[in-house]
Write a protein that binds this ligand. Structure first.
Ligand SMILES: [Zn+2]
Length: 69
């Protein structure tokens, strides 16, 4: 088990593409992600149109190294 990064600051989901929102592309650089290369950033709760929804953002290894504390 790899623990997801707890609370890395992420871009505003409303500014992201549909692919980035569903975890197909990196949330930072928009690179397409394969399952092997993707880093799971952990589920986040968002409020969309007044409803709480879960977001499962993912990123590429390059951005993971750049954003990790
Ligand atoms: Zn990236």
């Amino acid at each position: 088990m790899t623990a997801p990064a707890p609370e890395l600051p992420l871009p505003d989901p409303e500014s992201l593409s549909a692919e980035q929102q569903r975890g197909a592309n990196c949330v930072w650089c928009a690179a397409p992600l394969s399952n092997a290369a993707a880093r799971d950033l952990g589920p986040r709760l968002l409020t969309v149109f007044g409803s709480a929804v879960r977001w499962f953002p993912r990123c590429c290894n390059t951005c993971w190294k750049g954003h990790r504390p």
